[in-house]
Design a protein around this ligand. Structure first.
Ligand SMILES: [Zn+2]
Length: 430
């Protein structure tokens, strides 16, 4: 499927290892597209192909290549004690790691192979010099492009009838194939010590990717707020030279409760990048992404009520059991249901009340279960996005944030809400 048709901001949900299939299907109209991590796409390829085929929404596959240049422990599974099932710790108290995670072995051995398989075998991270050989870089790009183009693009048999239907309606679909909305070149962090060398590598991989596909190419720019702010002009001009069709931005470890300096750095970077007039999609973003709409952000992704921030040095897929949380739209924050929401008498806060279908059925957020709280999140987010699409102005958005801050800053049950004032001040700084 091509890029979303609707105006921004686009909402993407990331497919995780959690049981969310039904939510993705039932609330198909509450989001614009799906992001599938490469290792999930390869490990559960049959499931993902069917699932993505049935959704008929724009999607992209995140190649996850940054992991191969990071701490090799990130790719390894924890070692568990056979009797207790507990993770074994070494003498320094660090959780012990064993061999390659099963979810990555298929990706490494069957799909990426070559250079990636070599460094995994040597138990070392990729370094910029690994890409100095033309053939190694070209082979990796070829494999990453092939993987994203083919893996989930075969429409399962039972959905072929939709294809015929779509054709009769005059909607273009290419030969039963359901290609991703864009191809993502292999990418690596621009936040470490060797920023210039990795920048060269990333841009080179982008150029090579463009040469290998006719689909739109969106590189990932991965760096923390500080690196983005220091190198903004350099990053923006270097990537622009390679003429990508759009950008994916991953602000490493960034979340909206950080200080005004970090918020302003991210806002400024998006603003600068948006001058290119290309779509910009944040790979991981929380409600601050709504603020970034006013900087020119086209869309943002996250898990359904989780993974709204991500540190590239963090272990993948070990979010663990996240206690169910309730998203309070007016305050742009989540509260834990078991510990926080149950203490609040929401009937005393009429302006916090949500009139989505879930909350209509169960008006007390303290009674929502995990699936219900996620479904509420999707519907509440949809409403926020619709308001922006309807033309909420920068001033009106900022005023609403400031008013919510003033009203709730001293409420013992709902504070802290300092982020609201910070966001408003970022919007006020023209
Ligand atoms: Zn609701």
């Amino acid at each position: 499927m091509p890029l979303p048709n609707d105006p921004g901001p686009w909402c993407f949900y990331r497919l995780g290892p959690t049981k969310e299939k039904e939510l993705f299907k039932r609330r198909r109209d509450a989001y614009d597209g799906v992001i599938v991590p490469a290792h999930i796409a390869s490990y559960y390829s049959a499931f993902c192909a069917e699932f993505i085929g049935s959704l008929q929404k724009p999607y992209l596959i995140d190649p996850m290549t940054y992991l191969f240049a990071g701490d090799t422990a990130l790719l390894k599974r924890f070692v568990r004690d056979r009797k207790t099932g507990r993770t074994i710790r070494d003498t320094t108290g660090r959780k012990k790691k064993g061999d390659l995670k099963r979810s990555f072995s298929k990706l490494v051995e069957q799909h990426y192979a070559g250079l990636v398989e070599t460094v995994v075998g040597e138990d070392r991270p990729l370094i910029p010099q690994d890409f100095s050989a033309n053939t190694a870089a070209d082979e990796l790009v070829g494999r990453v492009v092939e993987f994203q183009t083919r893996l989930l693009s075969e429409l399962p048999e039972k959905y072929r009838k939709y294809e015929q239907y779509a054709r009769k309606q005059g909607k273009p679909m290419t030969g039963g194939a359901n290609p991703p909305m864009c191809i993502v070149p292999p990418y690596f962090s621009l936040g470490g010590s060797d920023v210039p060398a990795w920048l060269e590598v990333n841009v080179d991989l982008l150029v090579r990717t463009k040469a290998k596909t006719t689909l739109p190419v969106f590189p990932v720019i991965l760096a923390g707020p500080q690196s983005l702010s220091l190198n903004a002009a350099l990053f923006i001009s270097k990537y622009a030279e390679a003429k990508p069709d759009g950008y994916l931005l991953w602000v490493d470890g960034f979340s909206s409760d950080q200080d005004v300096g970090a918020l302003a750095a991210v806002f400024g970077f998006v603003e600068g990048l948006a001058k290119s007039d290309k779509p910009i999609i944040l790979l991981y973003g929380d409600a601050f992404s709504l603020v970034l709409h006013f900087a020119g952000l086209s869309g943002f992704g996250c898990g359904i009520c989780y993974a709204e921030r991500k540190l590239s040095t963090q272990d993948v897929d070990v979010e663990g059991m996240i206690p169910p949380r309730y998203y309070v739209s007016l305050l742009k924050k989540k509260i834990q249901i078991a510990t926080e929401a149950r203490r609040i008498d929401f009937s005393k806060y009429p302006d916090l009340r949500c009139d989505c279908e879930v909350c209509g059925r169960k008006p007390d957020p303290g009674t929502l279960d995990d699936t219900e709280s996620r479904e509420h999140f999707m519907l509440a987010r949809k409403r926020e996005i619709d308001a922006l699409r309807g033309g909420t102005t920068r001033v009106a958005f900022s005023t609403a944030l400031q008013e919510a801050f003033t009203k709730y800053q001293t409420d013992p049950l709902l504070s802290p809400v300092q982020h609201l004032r910070n966001w408003a001040s970022v919007l006020a700084n023209e």
